[in-house]
Design a protein around this ligand. Structure first.
Ligand code: PHE
Length: 471
């Protein structure tokens, strides 16, 4: 059953959708707390190096593979050869696992918009304390997760141009403006310069294998790489588009957004004497405190901030959703409606477990981690980085160099002077660098057993790759 393939309506629409996928919880929630716990500027430098050399190269390779094959993740790898099919399948699994916890945080963000209208931001002494009891409750966070999931379902049911593109085209510019406004306010506070120093002044004594792996994993997570998302988005791209400039723009937008999010948080955090190393709760515990300190203007800032935050998460999770949905449509020949239904059910079950793991199920550990952490660690410490390295290998070893050159340069009509450098990065350097960072980081990680099992699962999938190609 062949289906008419949807296409992006415009160049701007595609860029906004791809940037929308990239910019999300990774930039606004994860990047600041990782920076806070990993030494500030030192982490930032390693992160930026990873984003430029590994991130941009992989992004371009994903766009290229997607457009070259005109297939979503699994189909694209299958086209290269049956021995690669498992990489696409890993991507679908990664998307499902990320969606096992992403909507939970998305639900928290949505809830915080409404809580900001209420009394959350009125008292600086109690603003932070509301977070713990909220996420460890049973029904409240689950209901917000469901609301957030429904927001996603509405968009993905409508497909690419009619749904995803329409929404992200408006959301992304709005988000950026909001973040800049909040950052400007934070920077104007007395004592804010300490926060700027923290963000930009490196403390290299904090660097170790685990921090470098975090930075690499964060680059993959934040840029939506290593799991087929950008392959899928690239597959809907027209042959006239300039892949190089698109990949460059998305990488730059994403990195700028992480920096602006950092600037929206750290100056204010330091100005009010709050601990930057508060971990994953940083944004929810600290930002309300910051806004509560600002009085009436703080309330408006807070509401805007959490709206922007929810928007950002939303445009990312629809792209994760889309990866799984396209798998069902293209490989298992389901209709979009069936695909959306099946995907939603699986995600819902995982998300409820993740949500409960913050409270009643917090003692329920698998290989030393609760469900939420398990999904997080498996994806960003194992599956995405390795998925990215495998993608580089698949593109640079699995297809003729000339074909890749023709695709990237639109048959020689676009100049890409660094083609050979990029190709060498994909063929040799990125796989080796990712392997070294992954091994060192994994050995230093406190959850080695879990990571070992993750690796084993990849080997098992690789062994079954040819079988997976047969439907
Ligand atoms: N890049 C998104 C973020 O930063 C998360 C994401 C990962 C989205 C992988 C799609 C694919 O929040």
């Amino acid at each position: 059953m062949s289906q008419e393939r949807d296409n992006w309506g415009s160049k701007f629409g595609f860029i906004m959708a791809a940037a929308g996928s990239a910019i999300g919880l990774g930039n606004i929630w994860r990047f600041p707390y990782l920076t806070g716990t990993s030494g500030g500027g030192a982490f930032l430098i390693v992160y930026i190096i990873c984003a430029i050399f590994v991130g941009f190269s992989i992004m371009l390779a994903e766009f290229t593979l997607g457009r070259y094959t005109a297939k979503a993740a699994v189909g694209a790898y299958k086209t290269i050869g049956p021995q690669w099919t498992f990489v696409g399948f890993m991507g679908v699994l990664t998307a499902l696992m990320i969606m096992g916890f992403y909507p939970v945080v998305g639900g928290w963000a949505t809830a915080y918009i409404f809580k900001s209208f209420g009394s959350l931001l009125t008292n600086p002494d109690t603003a932070a304390a509301a977070f713990g009891p909220f996420i460890s409750g049973v029904w409240e966070p689950i209901i917000w997760t469901i609301i957030y999931l429904l927001l996603n379902v509405v968009v993905v049911s409508k497909g690419i141009a009619g749904g995803i593109e329409k929404v992200t085209k408006v959301l992304m510019p709005v988000l950026f403006v909001l973040l800049v406004v909040v950052a400007a306010r934070g920077l104007s506070l007395p004592g804010a310069s300490e926060g700027v120093k923290f963000l930009f002044k490196p403390d290299f004594s904090k660097l170790n294998g685990s921090v470098v792996l975090s930075a690499l994993g964060q680059a993959f997570f934040s840029l939506s790489l290593g799991m087929g998302c950008m392959i899928t988005y690239g597959s809907f791209l027209s042959k006239e588009e300039n892949l190089v400039s698109n990949a460059l723009l998305v990488t730059i937008f994403d990195t700028c957004c992480a920096l602006v999010a950092g600037l929206a948080m750290f100056p204010a955090i330091f100005a009010y004497g709050i601990d930057p190393a508060s971990g994953p709760g940083l944004i929810f515990a600290v930002m309300p405190t910051v806004f509560a300190h600002m009085g009436g203007a703080g309330k408006i800032m807070g509401i805007l901030f959490f709206i922007a935050f929810t928007f950002a998460a939303w445009s990312s999770s629809i792209s994760l959703f889309e990866v799984v949905i396209d798998y069902f449509i293209e490989e298992l020949h389901k209709t979009r409606k069936q695909a959306v239904t099946i995907t939603t059910i699986i995600i819902f079950v995982l998300a409820v477990l993740s949500s409960l793991s913050q409270g009643v199920l917090s003692e329920f550990h698998i290989l030393g981690a609760n469900v939420f952490d398990l999904l997080d660690i498996l994806t960003d410490k194992v599956y995405m980085a390795i998925g990215g390295a495998l993608l580089a290998l698949a593109v640079a070893w699995g297809e003729p160099k000339q074909d890749i050159y023709n695709e990237v340069t639109n048959n020689g009509t676009i100049k890409f002077g660094l083609f050979n450098v990029w190709y060498a990065l994909l063929r040799y350097i990125i796989p080796v660098v990712v392997a070294i960072i992954s091994v060192t980081g994994m050995l230093a990680h406190e959850n080695r057993a879990l990571i070992g099992v993750g690796l084993l699962s990849i080997i098992v999938m690789a062994a079954f790759s040819k079988k997976m190609s047969k439907n």
